[in-house]
Design a protein around this ligand. Structure first.
Ligand code: CAA
Ligand code: NAD
Length: 297
């Protein structure tokens, strides 16, 4: 049993927003925080839209959607997270930002009774490294590294079934079992992967996406044809370039950096064209333009 009643989500972007929605619909009191008030406002508006759409499509009853809305709380600081049984971090894919957040949370929970789990939705970063930064934080109730784990959801969270579960070197068996039980309670299928750069999903997926950028850069085919070939030829729901836009080109570069550094092999370096688009502010769907153009939502 997970013993979880209240879930905290940090980072209200496309992943954090989706995780919070799924959590609230699954019956958990859910707190959402973002460092940027605009992101939090957008997340709230997206929840309203998505819940209303699910009612319209008869995926959810009006009463269940109202109950999910009631369970969601959008907060402007981390203090209320003291009430959470698990915190799921979904901020930018940057180890420094994640470590700063985890040490802050571990210090807070070291003073609060209970066995709170600190989970990261990281796509690629070492859970062991995040947890090690909390090694010396001790308190009456928690020794943080044992309660730190990777809980990797997939985009779009309400639709995708997988949660990749990653143990750090110090993660306790109890933390893993509770995280698996929570993922199942959220209607997901948890599968384990070891704590290696990119785990399984992005070790396999991201080099393919990166290669699609090389194919474009080298003129092998036009972007729409690269995507068309992979969609029709491999039965992918989206071509790799469209998928990169959907994930966020900035996130793709961060993941490739982790692969290249962590696996110590330059064949994982982000394609220069992919990096150039990020430099230009073309981040994909979330900025309105990446490889392709998108209607601003
Ligand atoms: N949030 C919630 N729901 C969404 C959504 C979003 N952002 N985008 C689409 N949906 C829902 C729609 O509401 C629709 O629901 P119903 O079936 O109940 O009607 C369903 O998804 C299908 O949507 P559409 O009919 O509009 O479009 P589609 O058939 O083209 O499907 C898709 C959209 C589900 C995104 C599909 O294209 C797909 O599966 N794409 C691949 C997604 C993928 O590979 N994700 C993994 C990315 S990698 C990752 O997440 C890990 C990482 O670390 C980077
Ligand atoms: P995003 O850019 O949509 O959202 C990130 C959010 O974090 C933003 O709203 C930003 O304001 C907020 N943020 C940044 N620093 C913060 C801080 N210090 N405290 C609080 N909030 C902060 O990114 P995303 O796509 O939601 O990705 C978030 C995480 O999920 C990353 O680690 C990413 O690798 C991972 N992930 C992404 C995908 C994907 O397909 N995009 C899939 C699985 C996992």
């Amino acid at each position: 049993m997970h013993g979880i009643k209240t879930v905290g989500v940090i980072g209200a972007g496309q992943m954090g927003g989706g995780i919070a929605q799924v959590s609230a619909v699954a019956g958990f009191k859910t707190l959402v925080y973002d460092a940027f008030p605009k992101s939090l406002d957008k997340c709230k508006a997206d929840h309203e839209k998505r819940l209303a759409r699910d009612v319209e499509k008869q995926k959810l009853s009006q009463a269940d959607a109202d109950a999910a809305r009631e369970r969601l709380r959008y907060v402007s600081g981390l203090e209320p997270f003291g009430d959470c049984d698990i915190v799921i971090e979904a901020v930018v894919e940057d180890v420094k930002v994640k470590v700063a957040l985890f040490t802050q949370l571990a210090e807070m929970f070291a003073k609060i009774p209970g066995k709170q789990i600190l989970a990261s939705n990281t796509s690629s970063i070492s859970i062991t490294e995040i947890a090690a930064a909390c090694n010396n934080i001790k308190g009456p109730s928690v020794h943080a590294p044992e309660q730190i784990i990777g809980m990797h959801f997939f985009n779009p969270v309400p639709i995708m079934k997988l949660v990749e579960v990653i143990n750090g070197l110090a993660t306790s068996a109890e933390t893993t079992q509770r995280t698996i039980a929570l993922a199942e309670a959220m209607g997901k299928t948890p599968l384990p992967a070891n704590d290696r750069p990119g785990f399984v999903s992005n070790r396999v997926l991201m080099p393919m996406i990166n290669e699609a950028f090389y194919a474009w850069m080298e003129g092998v085919a036009k972007p729409e044809d690269i995507d068309g070939i992979m969609k029709l030829g491999c039965n992918f729901p989206m071509g790799p370039l469209n998928l990169a836009d959907f994930i966020g080109l900035d996130t793709c570069v961060h993941i490739m950096d982790v692969l290249a550094d962590g696996l110590n092999n330059d064949r994982y370096r982000a394609c220069p064209l992919l990096k150039q688009l990020v430099t230009a502010g073309r981040l994909g769907v979330k900025s309105g333009r990446g490889v392709f153009e998108y209607q601003k939502k």
